[in-house]
Write a protein that binds this ligand. Structure first.
Ligand code: SAM
Length: 262
């Protein structure tokens, strides 16, 4: 039985292929690509002798059996247009289906999230990656609140929407610290760390990763404020639950979950 290699490709700079990924790409006979036109450039650049097979969100499910048949006698590599496959890119469904049936080998390599975080200038032990930001304000806010217990929240964002997203963040959470990492590894690479109010109406072009520091959001969370002041008074978790359910409109479940996680 062959192996399925999951191979990250550069997010802008072709020098960012690892030696191992180049070797494996040269060894495999079949390359599953998000877009054969995009990966065709890599095929040419590395002078690969592979047959490209498209694998994108619209045909991923129907490709599973075909890929399994190929894997019976061949090694196969999976790539996406840029960065690590499966990270807001095709491949999750295929790997879910093949897990346990074939050997799946992930290679480390380029990824916009970790590359941006590494030079963000933020201090963090934990981060939440939330994929692309939603378009609607209510959904953006809900998602940020859901992940605000991580030290930082990381999202992919488009240059057309970033200003709206920043204004929603400012309106709902105040002047929190944001990092905009754009065009990473490319000529116009820029990593800006500033308060959100200083980032409004700046023009950010190209591909963008947006990072939110959550420590100031937490201060603005009313449930957190209540619980912190009750804890300062020396109340136990049990009495905090009793007090808040009797005297405020916070849901018992939310209070319980907050106490459990903080
Ligand atoms: N799988 C990829 C990865 O590992 O990073 C991400 C794919 S996702 C469809 C594409 C998004 O990633 C872009 O819209 C942008 O938000 C972010 N991105 C990709 N390359 C980037 C770069 N060079 N600089 C900043 N953000 C980038």
């Amino acid at each position: 039985m062959g192996k399925l290699f999951v191979i990250p490709t550069p997010i802008g700079n072709l020098e960012d292929f690892t030696l191992r990924s180049i070797r494996i790409l040269k060894e495999v006979k079949f390359l599953l690509c998000e877009d054969t036109k995009v990966s065709g450039k890599i095929k040419k650049h590395l002078d690969l002798d592979v047959k490209m097979i498209s694998l994108h969100k619209f045909n991923e499910k129907s490709r599973v059996e075909e890929v399994l048949t190929l894997l019976k006698e061949n090694d196969v590599a999976l790539v996406s247009d840029a960065g690590t496959p499966t990270i807001s890119d095709p491949g999750q469904l295929l790997i879910e289906e093949l897990k346990g049936k074939v050997n799946i080998i992930p290679l480390p390599g380029p990824n916009a999230i970790t590359t941006s975080l590494s030079a963000s200038g933020l201090k963090f032990d934990s981060f939440s990656f939330i994929g692309f930001f939603d378009k609607e304000e209510a959904k953006i806010i809900k998602k940020i609140k859901k992940h605000q217990n991580s030290d930082v929240i990381v999202a992919y964002e488009s240059p057309n929407r970033i200003n709206k997203t920043l204004s929603y963040i400012y309106n709902n959470f105040g002047d929190v610290t944001i990092v905009v990492a754009r065009e990473i590894t490319k000529i116009y690479e820029e990593i800006v760390k500033d308060n959100v109010s200083n980032l409004f109406n700046k023009e950010f072009r190209g591909e963008i990763v947006l990072i939110i520091e959550t420590k100031d959001i937490k201060k603005e969370d009313p449930l957190r404020k209540h619980i912190e002041s009750l804890r300062e008074e020396g109340m136990t978790d049990k009495s905090i639950i009793n007090y808040l359910t009797k005297n405020t409109s916070f849901k018992k479940n939310d209070i319980y979950n907050f106490l459990k996680n903080n």
